[in-house]
Design a protein around this ligand. Structure first.
Ligand code: PMP
Length: 352
């Protein structure tokens, strides 16, 4: 830390991303990426000509990508915001809609970045405990004096609220409700249709999970035109060219090839459910997941030990040493072959 760092940031604990090893080759089941590559259309559209155009700035309005997303979701272009990963639009939301007087509420066990943004921007926050079974108790979010952000499906549990439950939360609040749908394509119910009905709902999504573009950094949000205009104001006050040329092209091609990605999501769901069954047979307690990961614990080995043993065996998963969840591992669903290797390795470790 330098002597120049401002007081407010001195005690800030930054977000710690999952490991992205650059040396050894692991079976990588730790950051919820897709095991499947971007579609051929994405590769075809990134031509030499487009690479040469990198000398020019990208389209700050992301016009083509916005049109395609709007058509996919049945909304208008003015209802869509494009961000550099969904992390950016989440960050912008804290910046635009919260301050010292307007806080943010979110589940106590959820995406770790919500707390970091609140602390970064000096926003008071309330962490609302999940039920003992890790589900979100919708009633706990009625009539709050804060904005609300809920990952749905939630991370790292994989449990989801129904659209009807989210609608109840939205109608029982006057403040902004942000639904983070990073994992929705793996079995959740999207709340995008509700954004036409309610002016206090913002739905956030990403190309990082079901659309195999984590490295391109593309996220989006859908909401009413005023909310989107507010987000644009923050973007044009920080980084107008937030989406690079290549990522815009990749995102457009991914939407054009939507069927490929939805078929991959279906494969991932199938692999997830098969793997969950196998883990249960090995004595794991498995939380029923609607995401591309499995949250599971075993009574005979700690989460920390199993994480380390798997790593020694070339398999990376995620372990959180936080209260209530430190016995668990979050395991991203890979290809069927990767998951067979994973299950065999776990079987060997616990059978020691
Ligand atoms: N929301 C949730 C719930 C996540 O797990 C993640 C991925 N770490 C994100 C948002 C951010 O993803 P990205 O910035 O890659 O879109």
């Amino acid at each position: 830390m330098s002597r120049f760092l401002k007081e407010a940031l001195v005690s800030l604990d930054a977000y710690i991303p999952g490991e992205q090893p650059q040396d050894k080759k692991y079976i990588k089941l730790n950051t919820n990426e897709s095991p499947y590559p971007p579609s051929k259309l994405v590769v075809e559209r990134i031509t030499e000509e487009e690479i040469e155009k990198l000398k020019l700035y990208s389209d700050p309005t992301c016009s083509r990508l916005k049109s395609k997303l709007a058509a996919l979701f049945g909304v208008e272009k003015e209802n869509v915001f494009i961000s550099n990963g969904s992390d950016e639009v989440l960050s912008f939301s804290f910046l635009a809609f919260c301050d010292g007087n307007k806080g943010m509420a979110f589940p106590d066990i959820s995406y770790g970045f919500y707390k970091v943004y609140a602390e970064l921007y000096g926003v008071p926050y309330e962490r609302i405990p999940l039920r003992d079974d890790f589900s979100v108790a919708k009633e706990d979010y009625f009539h709050l004096d804060k904005n609300i952000v809920i990952a749905n499906p939630n991370a790292p549990t994989g449990l989801a609220l129904s659209r009807t439950e989210v609608e109840e939360i939205v109608t029982k609040n006057d403040n902004l409700v942000i639904i983070d749908e990073a994992y929705v394509d793996f079995g959740g119910e999207s709340c995008i249709p509700l954004t036409k009905k309610y002016g206090n709902l913002l739905v956030v999504g990403t190309f990082s999970k079901s659309r195999s573009l984590a490295g391109a950094r593309l996220g989006f949000a859908v909401g009413n035109t005023e909310i989107i205009a507010d987000l644009e104001k923050v973007k044009y006050s920080t980084n107008p060219y937030n989406i690079n040329r290549i990522s815009q092209i990749a995102g457009e091609a991914a939407i054009d090839d939507n069927g490929y990605y939805m078929a991959n999501a279906a494969r991932i769901i199938e692999t997830r459910d098969k793997t969950a069954g196998e883990l249960k047979r090995l004595g794991f307690e498995v939380i029923p997941s609607k995401a591309n990961f499995i949250f599971a614990k075993h009574s005979e080995i700690s989460g920390a030990e199993l994480y380390l043993k798997l790593k020694e065996n070339g398999i990376l998963v995620r372990h959180f040493s936080a209260p209530r969840i430190d016995a668990y591992l979050r395991i991203t669903v890979g290809t069927p072959e990767e998951m067979s290797t994973f299950v065999e390795t776990v079987d060997r470790i616990i059978g020691r």
